[in-house]
Write a protein that binds this ligand. Sequence first.
Ligand SMILES: NC(=O)c1ccc[n+]([C@@H]2O[C@H](COP(=O)([O-])OP(=O)(O)OC[C@H]3O[C@@H](n4cnc5c(N)ncnc54)[C@H](OP(=O)(O)O)[C@@H]3O)[C@@H](O)[C@H]2O)c1
Length: 254
Amino acid sequence: MAYTLITGGSQGLGFELAKCFADDGIDLILCARNQDRLNTAAAYLKEKYGVDVKTAAIDLSEKDAAERLHEECGDKKISHLVNNAGIGFLGEARRIPKEKDEQLIALNITALTGLTKLFLSDMLAAGSGTILNVASTGAFVPGPYIASYYASKAYVLSYTEALAQETAGSSVKVCCLCPGPVRTSFYGKSGQTAPFYAMDAEKCARYAYRKMKEGETLIIPGVLNRLSRHLPAGLSARFIGKMKSGQLKDKKDG
Ligand SMILES: NC(=O)c1ccc[n+]([C@@H]2O[C@H](COP(=O)([O-])OP(=O)(O)OC[C@H]3O[C@@H](n4cnc5c(N)ncnc54)[C@H](OP(=O)(O)O)[C@@H]3O)[C@@H](O)[C@H]2O)c1
């Protein structure tokens, strides 16, 4: 029996992606920190789609978390790994506590890299598999007032595109999802406000899932998001800086 492992699968984009896999009859392992939310998500998916859903309550920003999650999967065959869990913080880079940046780097970069290494090796040995790493359109440009988040997503995109080349012609597919703004709890948690044009999470996940199955390496939901990749980075960074500094000011005033 093969499973799809989704980090951050208890809510938001990860949960919507879980629904897509479950709808295809694929069993799941969901990883996040909060066990109650994991249980609620698992119960829903089991009930609605009749698939097996296991949960792993692990804080992926802790040391050696990737190894612990890999161990927790035991000898279950992982056919798909979705490295989706991620966090971001709005604020002036120099004022964001060092611990917060370290947590972000540990989750968005270190855990994703560790999990990719471990499961890519398993998949190559098994002769099949897919890894979907979740970056962001923030990967395309510098992000003033959300600098470490955008920088971490630039890492995810670059790392994933490099691995896609390394594995080209093998039995394993490595691809990267770069969503623009999506309506999830990410915005509240990161101190931001979702723009009016933010995409519905279910729509974003469905598009990503379809493109992953079609074998696309770089998946960017939304025409404007696809176009944004081709704008001059300096211009985009100035626009983002203005927007985020405005949000930061509203947050302080509010
Ligand atoms: N929303 C957007 O506009 C947007 C746009 C582009 C890219 N993305 C990316 O999409 C991915 C999913 O974001 P989302 O919007 O769905 O966020 P979300 O609604 O905040 O969901 C985040 C998920 O990650 C889990 N998580 C957070 N910290 C974790 C940790 N230390 N260890 C393990 N699990 C952890 C959360 O569960 P627990 O809190 O229980 O751990 C939750 O299941 C992220 O990588 C994000 O950067 C989002």
